[in-house]
Design a binder for this molecule. Structure first.
Ligand code: ADE
Length: 345
């Protein structure tokens, strides 16, 4: 009102000095834009912090990655993949990436906040899930992973720790640091950034995964990267890792299906199907398909898990086939993310 500037200059000055919605949305964020709070999670390369954006009081989970550590451990490709993948995805059951920025020491991923922790926390609290709750959560995971696969992305590290829960107790799948983008340049796994040989043969794991399997003494052990093979060096978290990842290092959609079978078993039995005293023993159990069902495991769930946990990927059902299994008879798949989530008690 009492602005004495020439009228022609006013819009230019005002768009940079005030925060119009458009300029606010496009602006690159910086750490000072946020009030950081408690630690929500920690991985080997990152720390996730609760944060609030000053201008609008919005809450987020901010993943901070240490640049020096990432460069030293040659994980830059994984960080790039995580950002690229998250930028492609828009689904109510998958964590959203709002902004990225960096300062001298860190990279920052400003993520959608999932307020109710992760599924592993609920398994621990409850021992196991009631059948209806297990059916609902496996259905949500299936819907989210079908979307991922439709976007040409395989997660490769699905596990209860990576299934977060929002304030309405719906899932938000997270941690795409080990995801694989399918059929990008000539469908040749040599072009896979996870392939060994080009840089070092060091194994690659997600920020929240344990160490890769130790070099194993027997020939039936997970293959080590020789440098010229088409195999990649990635192995997911031991308990949910598929036999083909261990044997051939070949990741495909069916590796995510295997993990979903393991998660269904885990929800109902209260423990994962394959668990040895150490990672090596766990991997041995997986490649031998050495698992049993506890007494009282629901028969239709048992039938479904048995159909998923098969060594040959060609015999493993697709997610669309799993949706038609009797375990889901009468289940309403429409707009699952808007349904009332079951009470976990
Ligand atoms: N821990 C890791 N990522 C998270 C997120 N997006 N929300 C809440 N807790 C988390």
């Amino acid at each position: 009102a009492d602005d004495a500037r020439p009228a022609a200059l006013a819009p230019v000055v005002s768009s940079s000095s005030t925060s119009s919605l458009a300029s606010q949305a496009a602006r690159k964020r910086c750490p000072e834009d946020f009030e950081f709070g408690r630690v929500l999670g920690e991985g080997s390369y990152s720390t996730v912090l609760y944060a609030r954006e000053h201008v609008n009081n919005r809450e987020y989970a901010v993943k901070m990655l240490d640049k020096r550590h990432i460069i030293k451990e040659k994980k830059t490709k994984y960080v790039a993949i995580e950002k690229d993948v998250l930028n492609k995805l828009a689904h109510p059951l998958i964590v959203k990436l709002y902004y990225t920025f960096q300062d001298l020491h860190s990279l920052y991923f400003v993520l959608e906040l999932a307020k109710d922790g992760d599924m592993l926390g609920y398994i621990r609290k409850l021992g196991s899930f009631q059948l209806d709750a297990a059916r609902f959560y496996i259905a949500e995971i299936i819907v989210a992973v079908m979307y991922l696969h439709s976007m040409g992305i395989v997660h490769r590290d699905l596990k209860p720790e990576n299934i977060l829960l929002d304030e309405n107790m719906h899932i938000k799948i997270t941690d795409f640091g080990t995801a694989k983008i399918l059929d990008e340049p000539p469908s040749n796994s040599d072009t896979d950034p996870f392939a060994a040989g080009s840089t070092s043969a060091s194994a690659s794991v997600s920020s929240s995964s344990p160490s890769p399997p130790p070099p194993a003494p027997s020939s039936s052990s997970p293959s080590q990267d020789a440098g010229s093979s088409k195999r990649n060096s990635f192995v997911g978290t031991a308990e949910y890792c598929s036999p083909e990842l261990l044997n051939d290092r070949a990741a495909s959609k069916s590796s995510d299906v295997w993990a979903i079978g393991c998660i269904l078993y885990h929800l109902l039995a209260g423990r994962p199907p394959f668990k040895g005293v150490n990672e090596y023993q766990t991997f041995q159990k997986i490649i031998k398909l050495d698992y049993t069902f506890p007494d009282g495991f629901p028969p239709t769930a048992r039938d479904l898990v048995s159909s998923i946990l098969v060594l040959d990927t060609a015999n493993r059902p697709s997610l669309a086939e799993i949706q038609k299994h009797p375990f889901f008879d009468g289940f309403d798949w429409t707009d699952i993310h808007t349904q009332q989530a079951p009470d976990l008690r």
